[in-house]
Each structure stands twice: as structure tokens, then as C-alpha cells.
Design a protein around this ligand. Structure first.
Ligand SMILES: [Zn+2]
Length: 190
């Protein structure tokens, strides 16, 4: 297995030889927050959030929160809301999300866990996080029945946060990892 620290330090030397430190991104985030999945297939360029340029610069000031299943992490959102002058929040889910698969395949997750625990007791390990059944594990993980349903559920969670400032808009999209197309998610009666 490659030593990631060695790779990372070598990559840093290459980076430093390429960039002008004066051009490094220093602006704080403002106005917009995207909450998306930690899945590496979700390409934020698909919704207009550019990657860092080769010289280390960026024109984007969107705060980016990545979690499993694009679930809203309340504390991160709280900090984003009150450190920056946020006006809009976008929940960006995606097709083929592991948290959707987990909703119907929780037993196979437990099997993988069993294999990776190397003989340690699965029930005891799950008990340590307060989980004593497949249903508990589903709830603890926050599995979702479908990509759009998951986005809508998180939009509702965010809209009902007691600390959400008035006037902050909450949007939803699902990114298709096969085609790169995004599909809007809205309240059915909106
Ligand atoms: Zn995902």
C-alpha cells in the first residue's frame, strides 16, 4: 500500500513549485452554502462551483459541506450561517447514493462490517453506538428511500431548524452520476 503521507508531502512540493502564494484563495465563504454527499463522483462544477485553478486560485465563495447522503450537519450549517452572510442553501443529492443502497441492503453492510472487524464481536461493536438491530442501524445511519426523497427530507429538516434566519432560501437538486444532469427537487405542493 502506498504511503499517503509521503505522496501528500511530495504533491505539496510540486504544488508549491507551481503556485504564486499571493494568488492563493483567501476570501471567506459568503451568501451560499451547498450541502452535498461525500461521494467523490459528485462534481460541483456541474452546478457552477469551479474547482481550484492550477495556480491555487478560485473565484468561488460557496461554502461546501460534504456528508454521507448530503444529510444536514446542524453544527456545520450553524457555523456557515453565522460566519458568513448566507442567503441560500442548496442540498445536492445524487443517484446511486450509498445511503439509498443501505436502506434496502442493511444486512449486507453488517456482513461487511463483520468481515472488517477481524473477529471482534459485531453485536458488541454496534451496541457501543446504541445500535441493537438492523432497524436501529438504518436509523443511526439515516438511510434514505431514494435520492430525491432524501434531498426533500433534508430540505424540510433545514427549513424547520429553529436557528434558520428568516428569508434564507432552501433549494434541492439530484445529480445524476451517469449523465451529469441535475434534476430539481421541490415540495410536491410548491
Ligand atoms: Zn451519496
Amino acid at each position: 500500500m502506498a504511503d499517503w503521507i509521503t505522496e501528500a508531502i511530495e504533491a505539496n512540493a510540486t504544488f508549491l513549485s507551481r503556485i504564486d502564494a499571493e494568488r492563493l484563495y483567501r476570501e471567506p465563504p459568503t451568501r451560499r452554502v451547498v450541502i452535498t454527499c461525500m461521494d467523490s463522483r459528485v462534481n460541483l462544477e456541474a452546478i457552477g462551483i469551479p474547482s481550484f485553478a492550477a495556480d491555487g486560485h478560485s473565484d468561488s465563495r460557496v461554502a461546501i459541506i460534504r456528508t454521507a447522503g448530503a444529510r444536514c450537519p446542524e453544527r456545520s450549517l450553524f457555523v456557515a450561517l453565522f460566519k458568513a452572510d448566507v442567503e441560500e442553501i442548496l442540498v445536492l443529492g445524487h443517484t446511486e447514493c450509498a445511503l439509498v443502497a443501505a436502506d434496502t441492503e442493511i444486512a449486507s453492510i453488517v456482513e461487511v462490517l463483520q468481515a472488517r472487524l477481524d473477529g471482534r464481536d459485531v453485536a458488541a461493536s454496534l451496541g457501543g453506538i446504541g445500535v441493537s438491530s438492523d432497524e436501529d442501524l438504518r436509523r443511526w445511519l439515516g438511510t434514505i428511500p431514494g435520492s430525491a426523497e432524501g434531498v426533500l427530507a433534508q430540505m424540510r429538516v433545514i427549513r424547520s431548524l429553529p436557528f434558520l434566519p428568516r428569508g434564507v432560501a432552501v433549494h434541492g437538486l439530484v445529480y445524476d452520476v451517469d449523465t451529469g444532469v441535475v434534476h430539481p427537487v421541490e415540495e410536491p405542493d410548491a
